[in-house]
Design a protein around this ligand. Sequence first.
Ligand code: DQA
Length: 144
Amino acid sequence: RTIFVINGPNLNMLGTQQPEIYGLETLADIEQLCLKVGNELGFNIAFHQTNHEGDIVDLVQLAREAACAIVINPAAYTHTCVAIRDALTACDFPIIEVHISNIHRREPFRHHSYVSGVAKGVIAGLGVEGYAAAIRALATFVRT
Ligand code: DQA
């Protein structure tokens, strides 16, 4: 059982950019956390980050063949990208949208997500712990 964890643009800079909003953890720390929680629950974790919109579409399409669930932080593309939403719509397994920050406490342009309407659930504002919470939740939803 494999969960794809897909991270969008600029998340490779975590820990160095706007730590007051995103915290001091790096993307490598998040990957370690996901691998640990996945391992505890019997999931393989395929962890990805890209700065390119089309690459996220490719990863979602790949997940349809290779995964049983997706955890996705589309970062800024959350608020702009119909193509990622359409790719996710075609998946017949659970998708959990994660944001490190609480996008609803921030600028109005971050309040709308194209992804939320096709996600099973949305986690925002729990910091990197949101990724662990998403994987734990998936363990209860994903068919074995
Ligand atoms: C983010 C929130 C987005 O609005 C922002 O563009 C990001 C990160 C988050 O994890 O809090 O890049 O998705």
